[in-house]
Design a protein around this ligand. Sequence first.
Ligand SMILES: Cc1cc2nc3c(=O)[nH]c(=O)nc-3n(C[C@H](O)[C@H](O)[C@H](O)COP(=O)(O)OP(=O)(O)OC[C@H]3O[C@@H](n4cnc5c(N)ncnc54)[C@H](O)[C@@H]3O)c2cc1C
Length: 391
Amino acid sequence: MALDGQKICVLGAGIGGLAAATALAQRGAEVTVMEQSAEITEVGAGLQIGPNGFAVMRALGAGDALADCSVRAKGVSLLDGTTDKPVFGLDFQRFADDQEYYFVHRADLVDVLAEAARKAGVKIRLLQQVEAVSMQDGHAHVVMKQGGGSSPDVLIGADGLHSKVRVALNGEREPFFTRQVAWRTIVPALGNEPAVARVYMGAGKHLVVYPLRDGKMLNIVAVQERDEWAAEGWNFRDDPANLRAVFADFGPEVQGLLDRVDDVYLWGLFRHPVAENWHKGRVAILGDAAHPTLPFMAQGAVMALEDAWVLADALDKADTVETGLVSYQTRRRPRAARVIDAASKNARNYHLSPGPLRFAAHTALRLGSTFAPSLAMKKFDWIYKHDVTRA
Ligand SMILES: Cc1cc2nc3c(=O)[nH]c(=O)nc-3n(C[C@H](O)[C@H](O)[C@H](O)COP(=O)(O)OP(=O)(O)OC[C@H]3O[C@@H](n4cnc5c(N)ncnc54)[C@H](O)[C@@H]3O)c2cc1C
């Protein structure tokens, strides 16, 4: 199907929405993005963009711009949180064929994508909050919060975790609280930190830290298993003293980081089912709208980038919008479900309590990274070496 002149409305100017809008416009579609916020902005937090996400950025023509505002990751290091002793390490340059893996501030990634979208001719309309979406004869009917409504010719729901388009395609499905919460914060760097994602592991908790913006700041995500409920969302502040108290038994490296925290957000980790229906008629969903994930593989934004590319490619190659969207779901759902399942299982690996199981797991990891690092890295090839732009 020629996308030339096809009118497409994308709901949401987040990572997935801007990437999809760019990929569609680059194939000739007339794309409008509707975003509820007053400006295209993002919360202050970091993201890891693995090689499979970078492949999409490069194919969109935004690879250099992303690399310029990111820190190129040299590896990952798992440490015992209480002793600071390394348990497992991977050197990307030696054992990952020098694949490009980046640490980026979310605001910088969104700026790069917004610039690429505008360059491709995408119109971005701000302060457009959608109140409700319903389906009529294969089209979406969209009701705006400020009044009025419309039925776009094609609607792509990239409206994130609390997607209205997902509900229109699948009905309401309640997520469940995983009994884990995450704090996120950014602290000033000392300047001598390695360009490595460091994961400090302990019983029922872990903390991840990596540098951002020329190594001038550090992004921290700290996760704890606990029964007490916390809301799901980015904007719930917590007292830094609570974070320090939970990690009080961790070693000097973590204490040194947490001493510098003066502003922290707490966020409940919920598990959502992967949506059954990613499309109906001339409507589709992508990114968190289709498959919100726990953050333990750092692949949520990357999956949104992969979705965006495949959606545009599938529509471009199909005879009709409807068959293009069938092909999009067929190509994407199994992979996204597998990555999300891996992320759900990963928390358990980081949170083992002291005892024989943790001893065995840590010993296996230590031996793996010492004697067979390339084998250890190969375990992740199915994620990182998958390049949707070459499929
Ligand atoms: C702590 C944490 C760490 C993470 N770390 C990583 C990582 O390292 N690597 C990684 O790949 N992923 C990571 N993720 C996941 C990643 O942030 C998400 O998967 C990604 O942002 C999803 O992108 P999206 O475009 O689907 O949705 P979003 O980025 O949420 O964008 C949705 C957009 O839609 C707009 N919108 C929503 N509703 C409406 C409406 N009704 N009307 C109009 N506009 C609307 C919103 O304002 C927003 O702009 C992390 C997540 C968290 C919480």
